[in-house]
Design a protein around this ligand. Sequence first.
Ligand code: SAM
Length: 293
Amino acid sequence: MRELTSPTMVREIIRTHGFHVRKSLGQNFLLDANIIERIVQQANLTEQDLVFEIGPGLGVLTRRLAKDAGKVIAVELDNHLLPILAETLADYPNAEVVHGDALKMDFDRLAEERTEGTFGPQGKGYKLVANLPYYITTPILMHLITQGFHLDVLVVMMQREVAERLQALPGTKEYGSLSIAVQYYTIPEIVLKVPKTVFYPAPDVESAVIRLTRRSEPPVQVTSEEGFFRVVRAAFGQRRKTLLNSLTGSGLASKEIWQKVLAEANIDPGRRGETLSLEEFATLANTFMQAKL
Ligand code: SAM
């Protein structure tokens, strides 16, 4: 079969299958072989690797992944794409398509089942490479990094604005609870900026590829992860307010308790939440958890 990166070929496949591109499912198909090459390179795949893909679409990235990896499992929600994928992946026996919603997928269980335990909780870690459906970028990312899946590295394309939030540092306008969650579990690095013109149809926003390398240990010690993230969300609840007012407004505790906690944690209550580092958030949350006991 000819390469799937030619716009004529893509249009032909779509037409012969009577397929309708669904913008509501974030369907923007990649058309640039060079970009695909650069995305795949970031994952350093070998024949020993299991790699997941979310949303294979027409299978253009899937085919390239299957050339380097031992096995590819691609999770696609749109059942109208299944007959197309059966055709475009026919020559790639190591690429398997699973029909389902990536948001609900237990990737560890899937890895374990489809590799007889070589990968997953009792076996080796695996990788994920995807051009994500942008309408659910954040929930998919949160699902992938907070569930304890044995994902060693994720190379994912997303809206550039979201990618910038993931690697944002304290004191910048992009820094928020999403930056903290991602930086707690992974080391994020934007590796490629991608223009709208390499997709069919072109999305409304610019894109970027980010590599997220899972940390073996969290960068800060917290007494409770749930408590830590609750305090982080409370601090960012009202961005234009001071830390003290934002924390109080969250309803987690009274103003008096927060005043005491901030004093004990040695953090100025007049600061804004977005200036606190990961370490300071850990100190704040740990002090709060202790005050609550
Ligand atoms: N990988 C292809 C490419 O690069 O050309 C397509 C990427 S397109 C941006 C996103 C893909 O994700 C589409 O195929 C879409 O149908 C699929 N998708 C949307 N929501 C999904 C979900 N919840 N779970 C799995 N796949 C989903």
